[in-house]
Design a protein. Structure first.
Length: 114
């Protein structure tokens, strides 16, 4: 089998809100099929957005990380878009900013130390 492309799918309650959120943190809309499905992308990742009727759209123990060059730019971006980041973690592998999408999916920006 040859895998040509891949994506992570996130269940969302509001497609417009989800697309807008992911665009606000730097992803680009790749394709949208009305309110049935959308794909947003950044270098090295494609995220599928799928509508859900369930009240529970949280991702559980899954988190999605975005590697960046400057953590201060990420802080400014989150603050400008009024996205709360819960804590900054200076881990052994990098500096992390953790936050969530509007539906509870855990996300983070990391400035790697390598």
């Amino acid at each position: 089998i040859t895998i040509n492309e891949s994506n992570i799918t996130i269940m969302v309650k509001d497609m417009d809100k989800a697309v807008s959120f992911y665009e606000s943190i730097g992803l680009t809309l790749k394709q949208r099929w009305n309110n049935h499905y959308a794909m947003v992308t950044a270098h090295g990742i494609t995220i599928g957005l799928h509508p859900s009727e369930s009240n529970d759209t949280r991702s559980g123990s899954l988190s999605i990380g975005f590697m960046i060059d400057k953590i201060d730019e990420a802080k400014s971006l989150l603050d400008e878009n009024k996205i709360a980041w819960t804590h900054e973690d200076d881990g052994k592998s990098g500096i992390y900013l953790h936050f969530k999408d509007p539906f509870g999916t855990k996300l983070y920006f990391v400035q790697p130390k390598w």
